[in-house]
Design a protein around this ligand. Structure first.
Ligand SMILES: [Zn+2]
Length: 257
């Protein structure tokens, strides 16, 4: 019978029988077996999985397993430091969505500027944050280790840096966000995705100089704020360049560049 060797990482081990945790264990199967079938047999829910490596190559759930294959399975994100091995993953399978604690408001705005879904409210309580992380499939970013230690939170990360731009680079590096940015697509205030809007529709609400100089506009369906590529646009381009540069430097420092 074909046999593959399976290793799951971090909190995914909680789903395994104790004798299979934190080791590479054999998984025998008849005929053919997909990664999804293998995970299901092992009791690991695919909703918790972010990255699958089959013989070192990133694959999807439908990939077929063969005799002698080595399967490594990683959770969406860990609530502790990512080891070097785990961090060598290719582009994430899914772009993470975040929820941030009350101390990380500027980081939330920065993440939104880069197009990431970053839920934040200045009055969120711990239960609300934990709920968004547990049921909303979001990664909880926090400076509070006790909050992240709550058992219902599967996806959390302790932010170490204190300065928002450095926090952004830290999170960008940890979650490999550099290849997934989508700037100017989300409202800084509301976290809502912007919609294109014609100049005619919003003409009356535009300052005269903007009316004369710009033709492309987006609008936030939440707060109604209009966006255009004005003087702030160039500053944002520089901001994004700086972010990408910092992440690159961190990769090089970690030996991954
Ligand atoms: Zn808005």
């Amino acid at each position: 019978m074909p046999v593959a060797y399976v290793r799951v990482y971090a909190e995914l081990n909680d789903k395994l029988p104790p004798e299979l945790r934190y080791i590479s264990f054999p998984h025998t199967f008849e005929g053919s077996c997909s990664v999804a079938e293998c995970l299901s047999t092992c009791g690991v829910s695919s909703s918790l999985v972010d990255l699958i490596l089959l013989n070192g190559e990133s694959v999807g759930f439908a990939a077929a397993m063969r005799d002698g294959d080595r399967l490594s399975v990683y959770p969406v994100f860990e609530s502790f430091d990512i080891t070097r091995e785990q961090h060598l993953r290719p582009k994430p399978l899914r772009v993470p969505r975040f929820v941030l604690d009350v101390h990380l408001g500027k980081l939330a705005v920065h993440l939104r500027m880069l197009g990431f879904d970053a839920l934040y409210r200045s009055d969120s309580g711990d239960d609300e944050l934990a709920g968004a992380a547990a049921t909303g499939g979001r990664v909880l970013l926090s400076k509070d280790r006790r909050l992240l230690a709550r058992p219902e939170i599967l996806r959390g990360y302790v932010v170490r840096e204190n300065e928002p731009r450095l926090q952004l680079a830290e999170v960008g590096y940890r979650f490999d966000l550099g290849s997934s940015i989508s700037p100017f697509t989300r409202c800084f205030r509301c976290n809502i995705v912007l919609a294109a809007v014609s100049k005619e529709e919003i003409l009356d609400s535009l300052p005269p100089n903007v009316r004369e100089s710009f033709d492309e506009f987006c609008r936030c369906p939440g707060c109604g704020r209009n966006y255009w590529k004005g003087s702030h646009y160039q500053r944002m381009v520089e901001f994004i360049d700086e972010f990408l540069r910092r992440v690159e430097i961190m990769k090089v420092a970690a030996g991954e560049g």
